[in-house]
Structure formats: structure tokens, C-alpha cells
Design a protein around this ligand. Structure first.
Ligand code: PLP
Length: 472
């Protein structure tokens, strides 16, 4: 028997409609009940893989069966990032308008690599990024109407990689690569170091700048390192300032960093992956003071601005070094629109060629929540974190490890790292919350990153009650 002459069996459009309703129904029930589920999976390595069917079925199965199996086998092995008791890492926001827009994007199935392959994909992205500039009070030089512009990347890691690639180009490219030096603080995100290694730097070309007592970059150390390297004939080409470090939410002095970097004409990139969303509120824009002096900037609406992963917004003051570094035009991609020079071809703004229609979900979020809704969202989290910070101060056995940064609270047990570690394990073992840790200056610190889509002060109250139960 051979299947050679059989044509593939697609879902009919009516079956697709009904499966779509079934899927949304399932998702709505899941979201409505999420707080009743344990936030961390109680599984061991291999448990999930072992219960999965061992081969591809010979004949296609019904959608209901596949969905049912997912519920039975996959869901129990998930960590519930959308649970309101999720305080680990930084949040990975999701919201109904963004979910639906992502579904539309997938359903439309378009590729926005060139303007010509989907004019609306490119033009909506340009438009949405200009809207983000207004929404967050970002410098005008990032607007599409000047030499700069914005692009949506899959992650802050990729955006920073593009910044490094553009900076390397501006500094002279591969010809001078051995003389290039980059400057990042010891608290910069690990992705920055990874990006620098990807472009061909070796570890001793990455200068680790010391931090101040509040974990922000020591600009004095930065200046000394840059001066030293200049005197050795080296090329300081890239400096990263972080607004809201991952460990403790420290804020680097972007203005001072930019002034120092300008003496060496080094590219300044600001990574505000998490904290950048707070700029929707005018009262937090001071954190980005000096942004008008930098070359590139990234923040992640997929962390704290209600837009499902993946959505990192990346802005450059001058797009030329980026597109010059990333543009290669094979015959099969040539088209008359590109040749006019009047359109943006986003494939030249990123590493991959193909690109999803990501701006749709951000556009839906901006329109669904509006300026006031987005501000209320950020403020509600910061208010909840402020409440939590005050509660921590009341515990005689606990202390704040660093001052609260926006909605991130870091605390520890006063007696020992071991006691902090045990407390963290006990809290997580309840299945009601998920917290993560960091180590700063040898101290084990519990991080509470408030930022879940449905996390409110009520959930922080519940966390305080849990802590009271376990701390000793
Ligand atoms: N930069 C900072 C400051 C972060 O906190 C993170 C992730 O938490 C990243 C970069 C990496 O983000 P992404 O996962 O979008 O690459």
C-alpha cells in the first residue's frame, strides 16, 4: 500500500472556525482558573518527554484530540508565567488584545522582510514606533522622519546585537576589530557580552566597568578605562548603559556615560529592556535623562507593556551604519520599490531575513488600553511594589537588599544567605508564587519583580502573608 496518490487532508474552513472557537474557549477557561493551578511544574527532567507519543501518527488526528492531549500532557509541565503570583525574572506580559492580534498575524501569514513583500507590515511598524516615541517621550531623533528610526526585534538580545554590528561598522569594521574595546558594567545583562562575542570580540576586548554602591555603572571607572585605552591607541567603540539592571533594577547615568563616550566617538547603546515601559508615565522619564545623546535604545513591551513575546522596540539615531552593515541584495530580492530608495526594507535592520507582523499586537495594545490605561497599569504595579517594600521593612528578620527600583523589590534575610535561600525555596514550594534570586556583593538576594498582567496589590498582600508564615 502506498499513500503516493493521496492529497493532504487540510482542515476545512468550517472545521477551522470551530477549532478556533474551541481553542479560545479553552484559553479563556485556563486564564479564568490560572490561580488555582500550581505556578511551578512538579515534574522531573524527562517526565514530559516520556509520556509523549513516540512517533508521528500514520493518519492525521482530530483537533479535539490534539488539544485534549496538550491539556493532559503539556500543561502540567508548564511554569505559569501568566499567574498573578509570578514574580520571577521579569514578567513576560500577555494580554487579550495582543493574543488576538498575534493570532491575526499568524493567520495572515505574511512576511515583512521588504516593503514590497507586505507594504502594510512595514508601514504599520514605522507608524507604531513613532507612536511609541510620543507615548514614552523619547527623543525626536529616533523618529522615522529623520536620519534615525525604529524597528521591532524579537528580543533585546537581538536588538543589542544589531547595535554592536552598527557600532563596529561605524568604527571601521573588521579591519580594526582587534583594536576595538567595548565597555559594559558588571551588572549589564549577560546578552550584551554574548552579542559582543558573537561579532568576533574576545573577552579581553570587553571592559567590565565597576559599579557604585547602588549597582549603577561607575562613570569614573568608565572614564579611566576609556582614557587608558585611548592612550594605548585602542578604539573604544561601544558603551552600554543599563536603565533597570536585571539583578536589582539599578539605573546607569546615561547622560554622564554619553558625555564620556563622546570623547572617543564610541557608540552608546541604552538597554532598558524591563524599565523602559515605565516611561509611559511622565513621572518616570527622568530615568532616561540623556537619551537624546545616545546612538541606540531598546526596551521590551513584551516584558512590561502588555504585549506578548516577542516584541522588543529598538531605535537608532542614525540608521545608516546599521543598514550598511546588514544590507546584502541578492538578485531574487531586487524590486522596483527598493530601488527608488523611498521605502524601508526592514530585513536590513535585523539579522534574519524573514520577519513576523509584530507591530500588529503592539498597535492593538496601544489602541485597546490607551495612554491612560497604560499609565494606570504601570502605576498600579509600582504602587503594589511600594506597599510590599514597606511591609518588608516591618519584618525584623528581613531587610531590603537594595532600594526598590520601580516595581522591583530585592530583600534578604538579615542573618545569612542560607536563611534567604531556604525562605525562597519554601515560598516557591507553596505553588502560589514564583520568586527568583540573585547574588550581589556576595549576598543571596530574593527578587520580587512585580509586573504580571493581572498582578495587583491584593496578590502582594497574599505574598506578605506567605512570608509571615515561613520566615523565622
Ligand atoms: N536586558 C535586560 C536589562 C534584561 O533584564 C533582559 C532580560 O531580562 C534582557 C536584556 C534580555 O531580554 P530578551 O529576552 O528580550 O533578550
Amino acid at each position: 500500500m502506498t499513500d503516493k496518490n493521496q492529497s493532504p487532508k487540510h482542515m476545512s474552513l468550517e472545521e477551522f472556525r470551530s477549532a478556533g472557537y474551541e481553542t479560545i474557549d479553552w484559553l479563556v477557561d485556563y486564564m479564568a482558573d490560572i490561580e488555582k493551578r500550581p505556578i511551578s511544574a512538579k515534574v522531573s527532567p524527562g517526565d514530559i518527554k516520556n509520556i509523549l507519543p513516540k512517533s508521528v501518527p500514520e493518519h492525521g488526528e482530530t483537533y479535539s484530540k490534539i488539544l485534549g492531549d496538550m491539556q493532559k500532557t503539556i500543561v502540567p509541565g508548564l511554569t505559569l508565567w501568566q499567574h498573578p503570583g509570578f514574580y520571577g525574572y521579569f514578567a513576560a506580559n500577555s494580554s487579550p488584545p495582543a493574543i488576538l492580534a498575534d493570532l491575526l498575524s499568524t493567520g495572515l501569514g505574511v512576511q515583512g522582510m521588504l516593503w514590497a513583500t507586505g507594504p502594510s507590515v512595514t508601514e504599520l511598524e514605522i507608524h507604531v514606533l513613532d507612536l511609541i516615541i510620543d507615548l514614552c517621550g523619547l527623543p525626536k531623533k529616533f523618529r522615522s522622519t529623520g536620519t534615525g528610526g525604529g524597528v521591532i526585534q524579537d528580543s533585546a538580545s537581538s536588538a543589542t546585537l544589531c547595535a554592536v554590528i552598527a557600532a563596529r561598522k561605524r568604527a571601521g569594521g573588521n579591519k580594526v576589530i582587534k583594536r576595538l574595546r567595548a565597555y559594559i558594567s558588571t551588572q549589564a545583562h549577560s546578552s550584551v557580552e554574548k552579542d559582543l562575542l558573537i561579532v568576533g570580540l574576545v573577552p579581553n576586548q570587553i571592559r567590565k566597568v565597576k559599579t557604585n554602591s547602588d549597582q549603577s555603572m561607575s562613570t569614573q571607572d568608565l572614564e579611566e578605562l576609556i582614557n587608558e585605552d585611548l592612550s594605548l591607541g585602542l578604539i573604544p567603540f561601544f558603551v552600554v548603559g543599563t536603565v533597570g539592571t536585571t539583578s536589582s533594577g539599578a539605573i546607569d547615568d546615561v547622560k554622564r556615560i554619553s558625555h564620556i563616550a563622546s570623547k572617543a566617538d564610541a557608540w552608546v547603546h541604552v538597554d532598558a529592556a524591563w524599565a523602559g515601559s515605565a516611561a509611559v508615565c511622565p513621572e518616570y522619564r527622568y530615568l532616561l535623562d540623556g537619551l537624546d545623546l545616545v546612538d541606540s535604545y531598546v526596551f521590551n513591551p513584551h516584558k512590561w507593556l502588555l504585549t506578548n513575546f516577542d516584541c522588543s522596540v529598538f531605535f537608532v539615531a542614525d540608521s545608516k551604519p546599521l543598514t550598511e552593515a546588514l544590507s546584502i541584495v541578492p538578485e531574487y530580492l531586487k524590486n522596483s520599490a527598493s530601488e527608488t530608495g523611498e521605502v524601508v526594507d526592514y530585513r536590513d535592520w535585523q539579522v534574519p531575513l524573514g520577519r513576523r507582523f509584530r507591530s500588529l499586537k503592539l498597535w492593538f495594545v496601544l489602541r485597546s488600553y490607551g495612554v491612560q490605561g497604560l499609565r494606570a497599569y504601570i502605576r498600579q504595579h509600582i504602587e503594589a511594589a511600594t506597599y510590599f517594600e514597606k511591609e518588608i521593612e516591618k519584618f525584623k528578620n528581613l531587610t531590603l537588599a537594595t532600594p526598590r527600583s520601580l516595581s522591583l523589590v530585592c530583600f534578604r534575610h538579615v542573618e545569612s544567605n542560607k536563611k534567604s535561600e531556604i525562605l525562597l525555596k519554601q515560598l516557591n514550594s507553596t505553588g502560589k508564587v514564583l520568586l527568583t534570586h540573585t547574588i550581589i556583593d556576595g549576598m543571596y538576594i530574593i527578587r520580587v519583580a512585580v509586573g504580571g498582567t493581572y498582578t495587583t496589590k491584593l496578590h502582594l498582600r497574599q505574598l506578605v502573608t506567605l512570608i509571615k508564615e515561613y520566615v523565622n
